[in-house]
Design a protein around this ligand. Structure first.
Ligand SMILES: C[S@@+](CC[C@H](N)C(=O)[O-])C[C@H]1O[C@@H](n2cnc3c(N)ncnc32)[C@H](O)[C@@H]1O
Length: 241
């Protein structure tokens, strides 16, 4: 996968891309990336990239020219996904991250200030992504969040011990609780089933705990799931407690 990142602040990405699993993923060739500072493409004599909004109002708006020229310099082929970071966009979900992890070329557009000239949104972009219902100062953190969620799903990036398929949201549920050594910590015991060696029972316990956790914390997720009759009855009991 190749990722182009259009940003005014490439230095913000340093720590995230050069640490831990994302660093390892780059070293192994799972993805490459390039920064394009669209200020370098500004034809304004002071390299300005923003201007006052037509109609008045507070804040500055990113002008179309630097972004359009920067995109033309990349010249992405028609299959590239061009992702505009935007609080008004489609909420980032695990399903969206899975979809994007199958792409060969992603382009991130990171805004700043009051927002973008609408023509950027209308003519350069394939997807608008929001990382939540709150407003940040710029699109760099949302781009890093999206990149992290996507890259860890690229085949080969996670080792066996870090595998993604059981993570929360992958099967529509929150993940079950985890325990590790010691079996007894300050009098707090690990549930017996997990040390029983009975894998069928362990899977059953994990499914039930996932379902319980999802019912209690994120009942909205259950609406999209097909549950067995027994599971539905169990869910109703937890809800009515
Ligand atoms: C201050 S925000 C602009 C918000 C805009 N005026 C609005 O109300 O929708 C500046 C930039 O930060 C990024 N941004 C802020 N919050 C975001 C979020 N929740 N998800 C994705 N991008 C966000 C976008 O790139 C946005 O253009």
């Amino acid at each position: 996968m190749h990722i182009d990142i259009l940003t005014l602040f490439p230095e913000m990405f340093e720590g995230v891309l050069n640490s831990s699993i994302l660093k390892r993923a780059q070293d192994s060739g799972a993805f490459t990336h390039r920064f394009i500072n669209f200020r370098d493409y500004s034809t304004n004599k002071h390299n300005k990239v923003d201007d006052y909004p037509y109609g008045g109002g507070a804040g500055l708006v990113l002008t179309p020219q630097p972004m359009f020229d920067a995109m033309e310099s990349i010249n992405p082929d028609k299959n590239a996904r061009v992702l505009l970071m935007c609080p008004q966009g489609e909420p980032l979900t695990q399903a969206k991250a899975e979809e994007l992890s199958e792409e060969e070329h992603l382009v991130f557009l990171c805004g700043h200030y009051e927002g973008y000239d609408e023509r950027i949104r209308e003519h350069l972009v394939t997807d608008e992504i929001s990382i939540g219902d709150y407003v940040l100062t710029g699109g760099e953190l949302p781009a890093m969040v999206t990149m992290d969620a996507v890259i860890r799903l690229v085949p080969g990036v996670l080792g066996n011990e870090e595998s993604a398929p059981r993570d929360s949201f992958s099967d529509g549920l929150l993940e079950h609780p985890h325990y590790t050594r010691p079996q007894n910590f300050r009098g707090m015991e690990v549930p017996d089933v997990l040390t029983s060696g009975n894998h069928a029972k362990i899977d059953e316990w994990r499914r039930k705990e996932s379902l319980k956790r999802t019912t209690l914390r994120r009942p909205d997720l259950l609406e999209k799931l097909e549950l067995s009759r027994g599971e539905k009855e169990q869910v109703e009991k937890w809800k009515n407690r």
